[in-house]
Design a protein around this ligand. Structure first.
Ligand code: ZN
Ligand code: ZN
Length: 373
């Protein structure tokens, strides 16, 4: 058993090639002697993501449901401000549009942050790194212990955690990392791929996702309560609900949207509150990674056994840097940042022990160098 530490590599700290600005704008048709425009890393990014604003914004390729999510929020809130607020301000209090407006702005900002933030994508191994890992898989090994092929076992808080080899990214996935098939990336602390926000939810955008669903619960419940009050006030004096709906047709649309969405949004918020409090991911909860289904004595090694500390680490910890350096420049002669050779080698795994700072599993970029040195 060897002790080693995972180290997070900040791409900004690494020496990056300085781009040489082109003297002219070279046309693509011209093959000869025109110096090429320095290309940014997002332009050759191997995953299935889309980039906008010169790599500042990253979204999943299938982000088609995001406009629907945004549209539903905009339409429902718009109808609320047009049809309900004037009546409620007149008959109740002018605080209603202020609270509604504040919640609406918060919901939209957190939604866009969730959608456009790098969820914690791990860069794929370079050909050299991939070849090095292959060599180590071949060389290392303890003949008495043979776990299934292409896995490593590490000890985190006295709990054995299996690390699987990712054949796409050509590396052993760090603990809690999973490969999203839709985005084709390994994502750190992978929670799930959310089509509603059009992005993976992982280490770097989970806090935004959580605040988004919680604030959306408040907004939906708030609008639902206000619309019900509005219609009830209009229907007073024996006029009836039909009269009230005729007077304020927009409220009927809001009522339907809120009625059908509020339960699922509240349920989702409750579920994620449970996950946050126990420092679990949706992925681990669905797979039952720490539920001891197979009869083993397992507990979640990432939990601090304290709800408050778990919430703080999940939601208020320092924001880890993005590792894909999507706006960095490519070296002049390098064009592809993909994986290396596909070598079939015998499979032997090692048991390694790692020290995870504070047991949180944070700051993990697993490189074979750090494990087997
Ligand atoms: Zn992967
Ligand atoms: Zn994804």
């Amino acid at each position: 058993m060897k002790n080693c530490e995972y180290q997070q590599i900040d791409p900004h700290a690494l020496p990056t090639p300085t781009p040489t600005p082109p003297p002219h704008h070279g046309s693509d048709g011209d093959k000869k002697e025109e110096p090429k425009r320095p290309r940014r890393k997002w332009e050759v990014f191997p995953g299935k993501n889309r980039f906008y604003c010169d790599g500042r914004i990253i979204v999943a390729r299938q982000s088609g449901v995001l406009p629907l999510t945004l549209g539903l929020i905009l339409v429902t809130s718009g109808l609320f401000f047009i049809f309900d607020c004037p009546f409620l301000v007149k008959h109740l209090t002018s605080c209603i549009p202020v609270i509604g407006g504040g919640l609406f702005v918060f919901v939209v900002i957190t939604l866009l942050q969730t959608s456009f933030t790098d969820p914690g994508i791990l860069p794929r191994a370079t050909p050299d790194e991939a070849a090095d890992i292959e060599k180590q898989i071949d060389n290392t090994g303890n003949t008495s212990y043979r776990p299934p092929p292409r896995t490593k076992e590490v000890l985190i808080n006295q709990q054995v955690v299996k690390l699987k080899y990712c054949f796409t990214c050509k590396m052993f996935r760090p603990p809690r990392t999973s490969h999203c098939s839709l985005c084709d990336n390994c994502v750190e602390r992978f929670d799930h791929h959310c089509p509603w926000v059009g992005n993976c939810v992982g280490k770097r955008n989970y806090r935004f996702f959580y605040t988004f669903i919680v604030s959306l619960s408040f907004l939906t419940a708030f609008i639902f309560g206000c619309v019900t009050t509005h219609l009830a006030l209009r229907a007073q004096g024996g006029k009836g609900l039909v009269f009230a709906l005729q007077e304020s047709p927009g409220s009927a649309v809001e009522l339907v949207i809120c009625f059908f969405s509020v339960w699922s949004i509240l349920g989702l918020s409750g579920f994620h509150t449970y996950l946050v409090a126990s420092n679990l991911t949706t992925n681990e909860d669905i797979k039952g990674s720490w539920s001891g289904k197979s009869g083993e004595d397992v507990t979640n090694p990432y939990s601090h056994k304290n709800i408050f500390i778990n919430c703080c680490t999940m939601l208020c910890g320092p924001m880890p840097p993005s590792l894909i350096d999507r706006r960095g420049f490519l070296p002049a002669d390098e064009s592809v940042q993909t994986a290396g050779p596909d070598i079939e080698l015998p499979t032997l795994a090692t048991k390694s022990e790692i020290n995870v700072k504070g047991g949180t599993g944070r700051a993990l970029l697993l490189t074979e160098h750090s494990i087997n040195k």
